[in-house]
Design a protein around this ligand. Structure first.
Ligand code: APR
Length: 230
């Protein structure tokens, strides 16, 4: 089986009703992103950060996977598929995909702010001030914020460097290190970008194809194209 690696961003969840970040003018559901999604923001105002993620967690709990997520699961019949997602929602899981790497963490997990190895499921979709880990420190969302390292990056690179096919869906490719994954794909691998707004690329990428569509229709086109090619 050919190895197919998919990198997804907020755009794949847009048609499930979850808003992307950069399409909304620098504010994310009305919040300043650096206040709610950075380690400095957490130290400045923990209550605001928890409130923002409690709101997003509730939206995500109600959201259903769309045809884009579902078609990626279907690809597992014919390809060895690994999904690397920048999304913190669980729509790839809900669609049934087997191999998912969450580069930026998961909304439905809480983490100790003292010991990052202590991770818990979030109860009732909320983390509040006073919710503590077993060592007595405040719980925080298990999200990788601006200003923090991306622990899953090495594992993601290990998949991309041996990909036969790399598919990128719904990401503006402006947040590093995730955006740099494209540069790790082998020259002879086939690459596709599915996005109604094709992102700006800084390096020449061999064998790159654009599908300038939304995720739902774009992934359908991809499936047809892959069927004709393999
Ligand atoms: N289908 C496919 N792509 C879409 C759709 C859709 N229906 N709607 C919008 N898009 C595209 C936009 O054109 C844009 O290129 O999705 C992309 C969304 O870009 P961003 O909002 O920047 O999201 P993303 O690239 O995932 O952001 C990366 O930044 O905000 C931080 O940590 C957060 O993981 C996030 C990271």
């Amino acid at each position: 089986m050919k190895k197919l690696v998919v990198l997804t961003g907020a755009g794949i969840s847009a048609e499930s009703g979850l808003s992307t970040f950069r399409d909304s003018g620098g504010l994310w559901e009305g919040y300043d992103v650096m206040q709610v999604a950075s380690i400095d923001g957490w130290h400045r105002n923990k209550k605001l950060v928890l409130e923002f993620y409690n709101m997003r967690r509730k939206q995500s709990a109600d959201a259903k996977p769309n045809q884009g997520h579902i078609a990626l699961k279907e690809l597992e019949k014919d390809f060895d598929v690994t999904i690397i997602t920048q999304n913190v929602d669980d729509l790839h899981e809900k669609a049934g995909s087997e191999n998912i790497i969450h580069l930026h963490g998961k909304l439905n997990e809480a983490k100790s702010s003292f010991d990052p190895s202590l991770i818990y499921p979030v109860k009732n979709n909320e983390i509040n001030i006073g919710d503590k880990c077993e060592k007595g420190s405040q719980l925080r969302p298990n999200i990788v914020w601006f200003g923090e390292a991306v622990p899953m990056m090495d594992e993601a690179i290990m998949h991309v460097v041996i990909a036969d096919i790399l598919v990128i869906i719904g990401t503006s490719l402006v947040v590093y290190p995730a955006a740099g994954l494209l540069d790790y794909a082998p020259d002879d691998s086939i690459k596709y970008i599915i996005d109604p707004n094709i992102p700006e690329l800084y390096n020449p990428i061999p064998n790159l194809n654009f599908i300038p569509e939304k995720a739902t229709t774009g992934v359908e086109k991809l499936l047809k194209e892959l069927k004709n090619t393999y």
